[in-house]
Design a protein around this ligand. Structure first.
Ligand SMILES: NC(=O)c1ccc[n+]([C@@H]2O[C@H](COP(=O)([O-])OP(=O)(O)OC[C@H]3O[C@@H](n4cnc5c(N)ncnc54)[C@H](O)[C@@H]3O)[C@@H](O)[C@H]2O)c1
Length: 397
């Protein structure tokens, strides 16, 4: 099958393009970001995803994947995926204009037999609008949300059932054929069901993380470690599944999609408003705690981790990064350590083995595996709690 992936150099688009190419399809990754395309053409992913570089090199070598900047190349494709970013606007309102823009620009290049599959996460009603924009020029428009977890993209793309939303709730044959070629099950539904379903899943996760943080706060007030307690609560107790570990939660999707869901409905969800507030307040609680400890002194504070989750190089929507910006503004001597990101000019970067000799206070923001061996003198403030460990002995962060 001939497939185009518009946004094919992105965190979602590139793994999708590579996995489809590896399954034997002729895939064109189309992206407006020339730098990313150049990096990919050299056999390297512009971001870290386990196994992606190796598979990318293999499909480039086998000439299964080609790269392009112009959407005009979609004219020979059977299926066209759209996976461009749908970040919130500055005023935090959802924007799906990026998707509409692609639909308008691609319109005149489509063939009447092709099917367009929207894969960006969008506000309910967006696919219907895309279908209106493409009315009469394509065979069908579907919404097939991406549900992969960064860091697990390849294995999940090859195994996870796909939600396929269409106008009638019936899956077009070429989509069925495509996922059959990967031995993946397809779950048929309507556009709105698939759009809502995607937002529900991320909002559900964000809510679970908020509750974990609320429990950690309650535990702290009782001088109890929630992390330790959680381990016991989950031990051979299946109904506890979903009781998440506390700490910063964010990234490019969870907060955005919760806001997107809230703004899409006339229903006033007090619970979801509270979830957003709970996450937002964690950063200010940590900043207040650090500032209380350090006061006006010259004490050196070292933050471990900037990315939105362990093992990742992704800084998008990272609460740890936001924390670092706030601490950097407030403190005289502030340093960061993150082995997964290139040094950012606004921060003083240290390596892991400089922490013990530098830090009067350590803030654990992202639990990268590399930090397990870091030895720490003095107090530790941990976003995952306990919030303040007043240990003078060395401890592992
Ligand atoms: N990152 C995730 O883990 C994840 C998971 C599920 C769903 N999503 C959703 O998938 C969508 C894409 O997210 P992402 O993380 O891949 O974003 P990204 O920013 O990494 O990738 C988007 C790509 O689209 C390209 N692009 C933008 N406008 C374009 C245009 N007009 N023509 C061609 N290329 C264009 C950009 O250059 C970029 O490479 C978003 O809606 C996001 O919410 C992301």
């Amino acid at each position: 099958m001939r497939i185009a992936v518009i946004g094919g150099a992105g965190h979602v688009g590139l793994p999708l393009a590579v996995v489809l190419a590896d399954a034997g399809h002729d895939v064109t990754a189309i992206d407006s970001n020339e730098d990313r395309l150049l990096t990919i053409a050299g056999g390297e992913s512009p971001f870290y995803e386990p196994g992606l570089n190796e598979l990318l090199q293999s499909v480039l070598l086998r000439q299964r994947l080609v790269l392009h900047e112009q959407v005009s190349v979609v004219q020979d494709c059977d299926l066209i995926f759209i996976v461009v970013g749908t970040d919130l606007k500055g005023d935090e309102m959802p924007q799906n204009e990026s998707v509409f823009e692609v639909a308008r620009s691609v319109r005149k290049h489509l063939s009447p037999s092709s099917v367009v599959v929207l894969r960006s996460t969008v506000t309910p009603g967006t696919t219907a609008h895309v279908a209106e924009l493409l009315d009469g020029v394509v065979a069908d428009v579907a919404f097939c949300p991406e549900r992969i977890l960064e860091g697990h993209a390849l294995e999940e793309l090859r195994a996870m059932p796909q939600l396929v939303g269409t106008r009638t709730g019936e899956v077009p044959k070429c989509i069925d054929d495509l996922f059959s070629s990967l031995q993946i099950e397809v779950l048929a539904m309507t556009w709105k069901e698939a759009e809502l379903g995607k937002l529900f899943l991320n909002t559900w996760r964000y809510t679970q993380f908020a509750i974990a943080n609320e429990f950690a706060n309650i535990c702290e007030s009782h001088d109890v470690s929630f992390s330790k307690l959680r381990t016991s609560l989950l031990y051979r107790y299946s109904r506890g599944t979903g009781l998440m570990a506390p700490g910063f939660a964010g990234g490019p999707c969870l907060r955005k999609d919760t806001i997107q869901l809230l703004k899409s409905t006339s229903f006033q969800s007090e619970l979801l408003q509270a979830v957003l507030q709970s996450h937002d307040s964690l950063t200010s609680r940590i900043v207040d705690l650090v500032c209380r400890e350090v006061g006006d002194s010259d004490k050196k504070v070292v933050q471990l981790g900037l990315t939105f989750k362990p093992g990742s190089d992704d800084l998008r929507g990272s609460v740890a990064l936001e924390l670092a910006h706030q601490l950097n503004r407030r403190l005289k001597n502030f340093f960061v350590v993150d082995p997964h990101v290139l040094p950012l000019p606004e921060f003083n970067f240290l390596s892991e083995n400089e922490v013990a000799d530098t830090a009067d206070l350590v803030v654990v923001a992202t639990r990268h595996p590399e930090f397990l061996g870091v030895s720490v003198r003095g107090p530790v403030i941990d976003a995952a709690g306990p919030r303040l460990l007043n240990e003078s002995a060395s401890s592992d962060a």
